[in-house]
Design a binder for this molecule. Structure first.
Ligand SMILES: NC(=O)CC[C@H](N)C(=O)O
Length: 385
């Protein structure tokens, strides 16, 4: 194997080969990036051109190996302001051409250093375009990245990838969510109290609520209906999170209790899938998912198209062309992805509840969908009037 040897590359980059092995047997050779060792997960690709810190620290990426389609990654280094949680959650990181010298006024260290310190195994120098095309054709699948001693027994790598757990059927919220409840105070005058069920919440989400005068009580994924109502909420929120929504029976039953009482309800991503299930719709695994910050979504109530941030591998199976009768009244698909007509939002017509499959907190991503937090505020105002 020939490894290109740029002048500024660190010694470790020059001497440490790595290999990425997909469960269908396709392999890519490159260089170790970040920690040296081995890792397994579901191979998925993200089309975001910026915002790698937010991607890496999004708890919804737990157990996923993220392939960046943007060829240059790490250019702006790493700072302590942009993470969406306390650690990197991706199981592995795949980049084509990492920055050798980060350059940004906020940069505190390099991405390579950060991945190494946090023990995240990555690979660089591979053809990420070919890998992405492969995943688009064959679908998301299990993958392993191996470097250092993990490469010693190359003949066993594929078998080890095939032993790794699958994403279908994975129940992961409790592994990433807070164990203790905490409060994010309202900024300025406090207008509302919201109970936010943390299934893998991103830091920007309570922030967007706090900016609107909401005091946010973030509760563990295991919170009961009684614990939700113990904070005397004006509204209840269900967050994003990793894993297969078909396993999320506990949050589904808590949400049904909230719908029963008619408290204003808002869900994001995993929260949208849970609303889907609470209403009696199914969920299914997408072939390769939506990940990135440039996905077109139409708000069907206004006809407007938003450019939005996504990170989902599953989706809700609800009819696009009709209003559905559910145990909680009429429900409809409020938002749809214009790339593939996947359900991107749900709303109830007889109760104050709605959700979106994408990320209005926009970290990273465009702010087109910020109005959804205002819609949540309007629902809470409506309930008081
Ligand atoms: N960001 C999320 O909440 C993702 C939801 C779910 N784990 C999925 O992959 O579809």
């Amino acid at each position: 194997m020939t490894i290109s040897n740029p002048g500024h590359a660190s010694k470790r980059e020059r001497v440490s080969p790595a290999v990425l092995v997909l469960e269908d047997g396709r392999a890519f050779r490159g260089r170790a990036y970040g920690a040296v060792g081995e890792t397994f997960g579901e191979a998925v690709f993200s089309t975001g051109m910026t915002g790698y810190q937010e991607t890496l620290t999004d708890p919804s990426y737990h157990r996923q190996v993220v392939v960046m389609t943007a060829p240059h990654v790490g250019n702006t280094g790493v700072n302590d302001e942009d993470p969406e949680s306390k650690r990197i959650w991706v199981a592995g990181y795949v980049v084509r051409d990492p920055a050798r010298v980060p350059s940004n006024w906020r940069s505190q260290r390099s991405l390579d250093e950060e991945l190494t310190t946090q023990g995240v195994v990555g690979i660089s120098g591979i053809d990420t375009r070919a890998l992405t095309r492969h995943l688009r054709e064959r679908g998301a699948m299990r993958v392993g990245i191996f470097s250092g001693n993990a490469l010693a027994d190359e003949g066993t790598l594929l078998a080890r990838v095939r032993q790794a757990p699958e994403m279908s059927g994975a129940d992961l919220s409790a592994e990433v969510a807070t164990k203790e409840a905490y409060v994010v105070p309202a900024i300025g005058t406090k207008k509302f109290t919201v109970a936010a069920v943390d299934l893998g919440i991103k830091g920007m989400t309570p922030q967007r609520m706090a900016e609107r005068g909401i005091e946010v009580h973030v509760l563990p994924a295991t919170a009961t209906l009684e614990q939700v109502y113990a904070v005397k909420p004006d509204g209840v929120f269900f967050s994003n999170g990793p894993g297969d929504p078909s396993t999320a029976d506990h949050p589904v039953s808590v949400m049904q209790g909230v719908l029963e009482r008619g408290t204003p309800l808002f869900g994001i991503c995993f929260g949208n899938q849970i609303l889907g299930r609470a209403l009696g719709f199914g969920t299914y695994k997408l072939k390769y998912g939506h990940r990135g910050i440039n996905q077109p979504v139409q708000d069907r109530s206004t006809g407007k198209v938003e450019v939005t941030a996504h990170n989902h591998g599953f989706a809700v199976d609800a009819p696009l062309d009709k209003v559905s009768d559910t145990a909680y009244g009429r429900a409809e698909v409020s938002h749809v992805c214009l790339n593939d007509q996947v359900v991107e939002g749900l709303q109830l017509l007889d109760r104050p509840a709605f959700s979106v499959q994408y990320h209005p907190e926009a970290a990273a991503g465009p702010h087109d969908a910020a109005y959804l937090f205002d819609r949540f505020v309007s629902l809470m105002e409506g309930q008081r009037a």
